[in-house]
Design a protein around this ligand. Sequence first.
Ligand code: ZN
Length: 144
Amino acid sequence: MTGCTYGKGNLIHLDYGKNAFTFYRRSDGKAIRIVTRPDAWSSILDEEHLALRQKMSAGQATEADQQRFQEIHQQRSKIILERPLDSMFNVTELTEAQVPAKARVHNSINCAGCGEAVMETRSRIFRGQSYCIPCFEARDRRYT
Ligand SMILES: [Zn+2]
């Protein structure tokens, strides 16, 4: 929807364990932050759905249970999609947003191990050759 991707470097994942999204628009400096409301899920809590999910996690669900779970799951998805946005999320306009620095594009090289393209800045040198991190670590483990 936004055109942002990891590859372009304009999609930034911050592993804070939160369901929060901040969008910046460079053209006019506008920014919004969208956070899932703490009561978003409890307001549509479905005891049967919960019980079936626990049964499935425990590997004790029958085929009928699984079918019923899918049925409720689809109903719940529809409910969520049809709800007003502000019943699920808190949306805040940021006035003095800290806009991230522009993404830098780096060259790719081919890993001497697997041959896959890897961003040069992420590659590692081992005995004079460039490797992707998994191939480097496999060699490094072998020789330490
Ligand atoms: Zn590799």
